[in-house]
Design a binder for this molecule. Structure first.
Ligand code: KG4
Ligand code: ZN
Length: 345
């Protein structure tokens, strides 16, 4: 099977070709046009601007793979239909429909959240992927934070999720308070890395800097990160201009923000892992691109089998809907009229 994947749910335009032969996957192409720089000056994603960029980037990326597609045509298209930004999703969907008509092939409408987890299986054989369950999944992206129990292959149960801001959203908002650019996750990561260097120079006043770990002791699997962002804002406001603009303050804050969020994520996942006696865990979403979080997970779940996608596959890309389309190929359809954007899926 040869699958074309199209992703436009947020601010990355992605087109990929995924091949499956005798139960093994091969990534033929994975092209991403990121708009991060364009949105950086607004401090977040501007939906209509993002839509225009997708409109521009989709034909550009497609032209780079067109030759190989005509030489060796795809059998299936996977396109992200939600959740995401409505005007952006439509760009990908309409583009996918046109290509599907050209090649006379069906489309699988892809759920972006499930895709973030399934992309882990590209390193596996299909057989091994289907036998990976029961497993526990943690999805940490810009729009979602969910702990998911998968008792059987493709049987999902959401154990808990964020009640307000997602973890990635919290990183982005906290970074903005500190005057860093969008997306905030990687900016905070860069700063936090400098912590060891400033250790001997930390002024007395900043030594006590501590943020809350929201809901960490609550016996449920929900999350809440809006309060953490408020705590960052309060701390920032109480500092003098000189203090809060100092690099030491930003480094300390970045490290503490990361630790607060990552500790909560790990603690809740650990509790679920113990309660459901599950030794297989899989992770996904943009925040998993963070090296500190990846290391922490590997350290904290030593006795378990852990799957984390390669850094570039954690972020939005065309392989996500392509992988989804492979595993959900039973949902393929030629009834293109029915394929619609589902921003709140
Ligand atoms: O999955 P994703 O690419 O898009 C959504 O589906 O939301 O996730 C984007 C999120 C943003 O909040 C971004 O700040 C965060 O992932 N992110 C990171 C890193 N790279 C991206 N967070 C922490 N560390 C990173 N290296
Ligand atoms: Zn995503």
């Amino acid at each position: 099977m040869r699958i074309l994947g199209i992703e436009t749910s947020c601010d990355e335009t992605g087109i990929a070709i995924l091949e499956e032969k005798e139960g093994k996957f091969k990534i033929k192409k994975n092209l991403v046009a990121s708009q991060a720089k364009i949105h950086a000056k607004y401090g977040g994603v501007f939906p209509n601007l993002a839509k225009r960029e997708h409109q521009k980037n989709l034909p550009k990326l497609f032209s780079l793979i067109e030759k190989s597609l005509f030489k060796d045509p795809p059998n299936l298209i996977g396109v992200t239909v939600g959740p995401g930004l409505d005007p952006c999703l439509w760009q990908g969907i309409e583009f996918a429909k046109n290509i599907a008509k050209k090649f006379k092939i069906p489309i699988v409408p892809a759920n972006h959240l499930i895709s973030h987890l399934l992309v882990n299986f590209l390193n596996f054989s299909v057989k091994k992927a289907k036998n990976f369950f029961p497993a526990l999944g943690l999805l940490v992206s810009g729009g979602h934070t969910q702990l998911i129990l998968m008792e059987k292959f493709l049987k999902f149960k959401i154990l808990g999720q964020t009640r307000d801001d997602a973890a990635g959203e919290c990183l982005d908002k906290c970074a903005r308070i500190l005057g860093l650019s969008y997306p905030g996750g990687p900016e905070l990561e860069k700063l936090a890395k400098k912590f060891q260097k400033i250790l001997p120079e930390i002024p007395e006043k900043l030594k006590k800097l501590k943020l809350p770990r929201p809901m960490i002791h609550q016996k449920n699997y929900d999350f809440s990160f809006a309060g953490l962002k408020t705590a960052v804002l309060y701390d920032f406001m109480k500092r003098t201009k000189k203090e809060r603009e100092s690099e030491i303050y930003k480094i300390l804050m970045a490290k503490e923000i990361q630790e607060a969020i990552f500790e909560v994520l790990i603690e809740k996942t650990k509790r679920a892992q113990k309660e459901f006696k599950i030794k297989k865990l899989f992770f996904g979403g943009g925040v998993l691109a963070n090296k500190t979080l990846r290391k922490k997970i590997k350290k904290e779940f030593k006795g378990c089998q852990i799957l984390i996608p390669k850094k570039e596959f954690c972020l939005d890309n065309g392989l996500l809907p392509a992988t989804f389309a492979f595993f959900y190929s039973h949902k393929k359809t030629f009834n293109f009229e029915k394929i619609k954007s589902l921003p709140n899926l």
